[in-house]
Design a protein around this ligand. Structure first.
Ligand SMILES: Cc1cc2nc3c(=O)[nH]c(=O)nc-3n(C[C@H](O)[C@H](O)[C@H](O)COP(=O)(O)O)c2cc1C
Ligand SMILES: *[C@@H]1O[C@H](CO)[C@@H](O)[C@H](O)[C@H]1NC(C)=O
Ligand SMILES: *[C@@H]1O[C@H](CO)[C@@H](O)[C@H](O)[C@H]1NC(C)=O
Ligand SMILES: *[C@@H]1O[C@H](CO)[C@@H](O)[C@H](O)[C@H]1NC(C)=O
Length: 647
């Protein structure tokens, strides 16, 4: 039977081609109880769904695939790529990969070992090594980045090179546009192809309540919880190990960096004291913050769903599943720390929640929002106004009724957010600084949308009496759970090498750290190369953050050149890339002198700066287009052109 090209046929026509293997399940009311006939139609083999995820999207996509696959009668195992084993892949023989791309076209932390293996760098794999494996890949990426979906593409090619057979065409999605729609369209066709190829059930419409939960919830008394040993990190699922990392550290400074005037927005300078914790850092590393949800919202949601926030519970897992967050804890803890209740829910989440809505009209409404037909309505009524999951349940779907175990299983988990550290570990070893742009948007329907982590951070009260490095902390004030991850911003080992820093807006954070470090090196008597900084913002008087410090560095000679681009001051908009062009000859001289270039900020700026450097290589280095590309790639590969960009 044909194994590809199935996508062109309508679903029903396709089903008719493979009688006996499949049958149409009668449509049921979604909340009616469960599957009886699935066993006999189930294909024999297991499909492994591998995910490489940093912030959880690919992981939740894997869960969606798993739920759908089971409804189609397949056995599905979801596997974090951190736990990838080649022998298991060969044994299972069928694999779906969901691959996000990060950094400069790099894999997520936990997929890096797998992608290295797949590249056959050890040289030990034959070209038919995976000949018995059938696979497909979906890439998660963002067109704002230069290396769009690099990891999805390379996984697809790598599998093929090792001889694996494609069971469905490669697909990819764009997080800048319609990632969820892209994924939906791809997997719909994928199931058609897989059902046709392996049997199983087609035409499964509507979602049932989750079955076979990976855990059960056991309520405990406070006394029982107190003497319970708790779950250790080694036992935890690798994609949620971050809950066990790091420690709670006190916030010691939290101040506004912008002018305090209406419409100017907010950027906070936050300092966190790491003394006495196991957390250490290097200059310009990334600090992971585990945010808390808004306490009032969490409380209201518990009340609405009928859970007692003060009661303790543990998650009990069977042997095939691992803990997804640390217990015992209270229900309140789970709602504050682990459940992603203040995010805008994806349509696939609404789909999974639909069977739990008791009121017929509300259930119909949620079903429509989650369906393909309701896509526009979802954009207009949920996404654009920025309805959070909590608010939807509280205000629009109040008949939602779920037991705690179902809620904990269906709702995605809260993930850490990473900030580039804006302090030097030589100058400030036990106190880490971050620079936080606060996301607050007026949306349609008069709603205000707040970034989960930035609004959490800006709400933290600093401990008093602790504003000097090394001072002791007294009682009051907030703590914040943090851990450190390495970043790519590293100063040249030889301090006499010049550096060019380009960091408009919050992108100045790592540049501040690098400058602190270079000033410190100077104090140590080292010979320090030229320091050049390009900063940009709207107006000098509004959002020129760290102005005093930068001007002081300029005055004391640490900063050899401070170039400022204000986009809203003059009649025409000036951005950092415009200044780079003015300074082309100087830039070229520095590059030829071995300078390192650091770029941090939005992806659009990053792309513009990168092409400006290409342009400089062409105009000053007299290179052709291809040659300048090679030149930039050379800088990048040598670690001399480093970018950290966000969209
Ligand atoms: C810091 C950062 C760097 C990224 N780099 C890339 C990239 O180089 N290419 C790309 O296609 N997407 C890139 N993305 C987009 C992500 O791959 C995309 O948002 C994806 O949906 C995230 O999936 P996850 O939540 O499972 O980690 C980047 C996102 C972030 C936050
Ligand atoms: C189904 O799986 C069982 C157990 O793994 C195996 O013994 C059997 O041969 C398989 N049947 C088919 C048709 O592949
Ligand atoms: C997975 O990610 C964690 C945290 O970033 C890291 O410590 C660990 O080494 C990673 N594992 C693999 C296999 O890359
Ligand atoms: C793996 O590397 C070895 C050594 O470089 C090479 O001979 C072999 O062809 C490679 N396999 C594939 C599938 O590229």
């Amino acid at each position: 039977m044909a194994s590809s090209g199935a996508s062109a046929w309508p679903y029903i026509g396709l089903l008719a081609l493979v009688p006996g293997l499949l049958f149409l399940r009668p449509k049921r009311k979604p909340d009616e109880a469960d599957i009886e006939e699935e066993e006999e139609a189930a294909p024999n083999d297991t499909i492994n769904v591998y995910f490489g995820s940093q912030t959880g999207t690919a992981e939740s996509f894997a869960q969606t695939i798993a739920a759908e696959g089971r409804r189609h009668g397949f056995h599905i195992d979801v596997v974090d790529l951190e736990e990838f084993s080649a022998s298991e892949l060969l044994e299972k023989g069928k694999a779906i990969f969901l691959m996000a791309t990060y950094g400069d076209g790099e894999p997520t932390d936990n997929a890096s070992e797998f992608t290295t293996w797949l590249k056959n760098e050890s040289g030990e794999l034959e070209s038919d090594y995976l000949a018995t494996v059938e696979f497909t890949v979906f890439g998660l990426g963002n067109t704002q980045y230069e290396h769009y979906n690099m990891v999805g593409k390379s996984t697809n090619e790598g599998m093929e090179k090792l001889g694996a057979q494609r069971m469905f065409e490669y697909g990819e999605g764009d997080d800048d546009n319609q990632l969820e729609e892209d994924f939906e369209a791809w997997r719909e066709k994928m199931w058609m192809a897989l059902v046709m190829r392996f049997g199983g059930m087609g035409g499964v419409d509507g979602v049932d309540k989750a079955v076979d939960l990976p855990f059960s919830v056991k309520m405990l008394t406070a006394a029982e919880a107190a003497c319970h040993a708790g779950v250790s990190e080694t036992a935890a699922a690798s994609s949620s190990k971050f809950y066990w990392h790091g420690c709670d550290a006190p916030v010691v400074v939290n101040r506004e960096l912008r002018a305090q005037a209406p419409g100017v927005g907010s950027t906070r300078h936050v300092e966190i004291d790491l003394q006495g914790t196991s957390v250490g850092y290097h200059t310009a590393d990334n600090l992971a913050i585990l945010p808390l949800n808004d306490a009032t919202t969490a409380e209201k949601l518990c009340a609405q769903l009928g859970y007692d926030p003060d009661s303790f519970f543990i998650l009990e897992h069977d042997d095939n599943h691992k803990p997804v967050f640390p217990t015992p804890c209270t229900v309140r803890d789970a709602f504050l720390r682990f459940m992603d209740i203040m995010a805008i829910p994806r349509r696939s989440l609404l789909e999974q929640l639909t069977p739990y809505v008791e009121d017929d009209a509300e259930r119909e409404a949620m079903h429509l929002l989650s369906s393909k037909e309701g896509k526009e309505k979802y954009h207009r009524e949920v996404e654009e106004p920025g309805w959070t999951l909590a608010d939807l349940i509280l205000e629009r779907f109040s008949s939602l009724s779920m037991t705690l175990d179902h809620f904990l299983h269906v709702v995605p988990h809260l993930h850490p957010r990473y900030y580039t550290i804006s302090s030097s570990s030589s100058v400030s070893p036990s106190r880490v600084h971050i620079t936080v742009a606060v996301l607050e948007q007026d949306r349609s329907q008069g709603r205000l949308y707040r970034g989960i982590c930035s609004s959490f951070l800006s709400s933290l009260e600093p401990h008093d009496g602790a504003t000097v490095e090394g001072a002791t902390i007294d009682g009051s004030g907030s703590k914040c759970r943090v851990f450190v991850r390495e970043s790519t911003f590293r100063l040249p080992a030889d301090s006499s090498i010049p550096i060019i820093m380009i960091g408009p807006g919050t992108g100045v954070a790592p540049m501040r750290a690098l400058l602190q470090e270079r000033a410190w090196q100077k104090e140590q008597g080292l010979s320090v190369g030229r320091n050049v900084l390009y900063f940009g913002c709207r107006c000098r008087d509004q959002d020129y953050i760290y102005r005093d410090e930068l001007e002081a560095y300029q005055a004391d000679g640490t900063l050899d050149s401070l170039r400022l681009a204000f986009s809203r001051e003059g009649s025409s908009k000036v951005y950092v890339q415009h200044l780079l062009r003015e300074d082309a000859a100087e830039m070229w001289g520095l590059l030829e002198g071995g300078a390192y270039v650091y770029v941090c900020g939005g992806t659009k700026m990053g792309t513009d700066v990168h092409s400006e450097f290409n342009h400089i290589a062409q105009s000053c280095g007299l290179m052709g287009v291809e040659e300048s590309k090679e030149y930039m790639k050379g800088l990048h590969d040598a670690g001399r052109f480093v970018q950290e960009l966000w969209s």
